[in-house]
Ligand binder design. Structure first.
Ligand SMILES: Nc1ncnc2c1ncn2[C@@H]1O[C@H](COP(=O)(O)OP(=O)(O)OP(=O)(O)O)[C@@H](O)[C@H]1O
Ligand SMILES: [Mg+2]
Length: 598
């Protein structure tokens, strides 16, 4: 969880000289703006304490990028305050584990979070420079790729033995930019077949002048964006110029339906973030003039494309969505008419229905032009659009599986710059990474930073991703996973039904959904007659490195203590080593003696 404190500087002294009404007049727009910024980035305002505000990111619902959201919100607040004459601000941001009361109602002044992470955030805030943002160590580590920091001396804090390391956040690195270069840290490992499919698709659209849609599906960090980057290199190496336009859907900043598409149009016109509306308009006019020429419908297309680039939508123009889609398709076809065109829609699981409909429509209706549409998405997309990528002659979906142990070991060797690791450590690392390249990267990084004698913990960002994916599940699905975790490392639908009270038909459907989203997998053989056997996928479960510690081993059938305590122990154990994020409440009462092998 990430905690943010923001405080008005020197306001208390001024408040004494002002009427209470004036105080309120100064403060209320400040509070309103603060709240708006915090909520825009997905934070929850927990409380106002005097002039200060405390906000939480990651509770009640976790997002995988909570620290980044918090720092971005802090920078947005700082930038706004810098323009104000009357006030100044100090902000502190800190990340760590906290005790979270899920039932609390912050709106009623009930506190949600407590713990060292909260106190340290307050200390960092007090030590921050005027109109500055200080971040603690874990926040810094998790966001240094996307936020620019300046090192500052550690903060001496009351009640703490050691000074608290701190960094000042300077600016957010552009993330929304187009054609975001992928930072590949090593050569590509494995994935020959998948890259082959992409390469063939590109060759085919060029040779046959027909559009194609390829969707890459897989859990976070499995390498979807990396494959897109590899395809980009293939396209770059071609002697013929291929136009490549890329846009992504965002997990926050909702409300701009066709953002990803608008980004592509802006990139085509060379519009920069810093351009004034006048400059942007001129660039757009020039680009559309070139692309559309004097075609009879040019003016109509131009209007819709202009509206898209301006506001990310053009339904306002009248004629509704169907007309806008037709105009945009026309534009895309006109582009592809001139040169082979690749459109990449990244992170379609965050796209809203409008954009998904458009991608669908485009690949179905565009014709006679060399157009390759590539989408990337996490398996959640299939829950919303079960038929995505299938059922059309020119669409395929590729599901990316975990890397083999041999490939993971090769990747780890490349990341460390030397091939061999001590055998025990190698085994632990492979188990933790579970064939996921992102996890492998994070684990290697932790290994490099690890102090002597420490256990290899689960890296923060991996935990964040797992918690965020779990939080997005429907309540019934979360309950099912909880019940399953209570049963054990593998489970059977009958046992889950006995615990949860759900009907079998319903349960099978739920399990099927969770399997598609790669939270559970069905084993080929079952140890209970007549019952399918399931387990967590390698990617949904927390890496198992921690299991061997005392208290982490599964209390089995030899248990001699009270049934109640057995239930509690199993739940605690399941939380630690299986798929239940901390902070999830147990569903009591847990029936301690289930009717299946223990
Ligand atoms: N086959 C591979 N060989 C080497 N490195 C890889 C491979 N696949 C992925 N990586 C690296 O692992 C990291 C995560 O991959 P990537 O960003 O492509 O994941 P993703 O599937 O797009 O995840 P998300 O859903 O979060 O966008 C990147 O640094 C990437 O370069
Ligand atoms: Mg990606």
């Amino acid at each position: 969880m990430t905690v943010l404190f923001a405080d008005l500087v020197g306001f208390t002294a001024r408040a004494e000289q002002l009427d209470p009404e004036d105080v309120r007049a100064v403060l209320s727009p400040f509070y309103a703006r603060l709240r708006a910024e915090l909520e825009r980035f997905g934070g929850t305002v927990e409380k106002f304490i005097g002039d200060a505000v405390m906000a939480l990111f990651g509770a009640p619902a976790a997002h995988e990028d909570d620290p980044e959201r918090a720092v971005r919100a802090a920078l947005a607040i700082r930038d706004w305050v810098r323009e104000q004459e009357q006030i100044q601000v100090r902000v502190g941001v800190n990340t760590g584990e906290a005790l979270v009361a899920l039932g609390a109602r912050p709106g009623h002044g009930e506190g949600m979070a407590a713990g060292d992470v909260v106190n340290t955030a307050a200390r960092l805030q007090a030590a921050a420079p005027v109109n500055g943002v200080l971040a603690g160590e874990r926040t810094f580590r998790q966001t240094r790729g996307v936020i620019e920091y300046r090192p500052v001396p550690a903060v001496a804090a009351k009640g703490k033995r050691d000074p608290v390391p701190a960094w000042e956040a300077v600016a957010a690195r552009a993330r929304l930019g187009v054609d975001v270069p992928h930072r590949a840290r090593t050569a590509l490992v494995g994935r020959d077949r998948e890259l082959g499919v992409l390469r063939d698709a590109l060759a085919r659209v060029r040779a046959e002048r027909t559009p194609q849609l390829v969707t890459l599906l897989g859990v976070p960090g499995i390498g979807k964006s990396r494959l897109v980057y590899e395809l980009w290199q293939v396209a770059e190496a071609e002697p013929e110029l291929i136009w490549w336009r890329q846009g992504r859907s965002l997990p926050y900043g909702e409300g701009v339906s066709f953002w990803a598409l608008a980004e592509m149009v802006k990139a085509q016109a060379g519009i920069l973030e810093t351009d004034t509306p006048g400059q942007a308009g001129a660039k757009l006019a020039e680009m559309t003039g070139q692309v559309l020429g004097g075609a009879p419908e040019a003016e109509w297309v131009r209007r819709h494309v202009g509206a898209l680039a301006g506001r990310g939508d053009s339904a306002m123009l009248g004629g509704g969505r169907a007309e806008a889609f037709a105009a945009w398709r026309h534009f895309v076809e006109a582009l592809a008419e001139r040169r082979p065109l690749v459109l990449v829609f990244e992170d379609l699981h965050w796209a809203d229905d409008g954009l998904l409909d458009f991608v669908d429509y485009l690949t179905e209706w565009a014709g006679g032009v060399p157009l390759l549409v590539v989408g990337t998405a996490r398996p959640e997309l299939l829950a919303r659009r079960p038929g995505w990528g299938g059922g059309k002659p020119n669409a395929v979906a590729l599901s990316l599986a975990a890397l083999s142990d041999a490939d993971t070991a090769r990747l780890v060797g490349l990341l460390r710059g030397r091939p061999v690791l001590e055998a025990g450590q190698q085994g632990l690392l492979l188990a933790q990474a579970g064939g996921n390249p992102l996890y492998a990267e994070q684990c290697v990084q932790m290994l490099a930073e690890q102090r002597a004698g420490e256990q290899l913990p689960v890296p923060d960002s991996v935990q964040g991703i797992i918690a965020a994916r779990l939080d997005l599940l429907a309540l019934a699905d979360k309950r099912l996973l909880q019940d399953a975790a209570v049963i054990g490392k593998v489970f059977w639908p009958g046992a889950v039904a006995a615990l949860g009270g759900a009907g079998r038909g319903e349960l099978d459907e739920q399990l099927h959904g969770l399997e598609r989203r790669q939270f559970v997998r069905r084993d080929r053989a079952s140890s209970v007659a007549g019952q399918a056997q399931y387990g967590p996928t390698r990617l949904s479960r927390r890496p198992p490195g921690r299991r061997s510690r005392p208290g982490y081993s599964w209390p089995g059938p030899k248990w001699t203590g009270s049934p109640r305590r057995l239930g509690r122990l199993r739940l605690a154990c399941a939380r630690r080593c299986a798929y239940i994020p901390t902070g999830t409440r147990s569903r009591s009462p847990i029936r301690p003696r289930p009717p299946w092998p223990g």
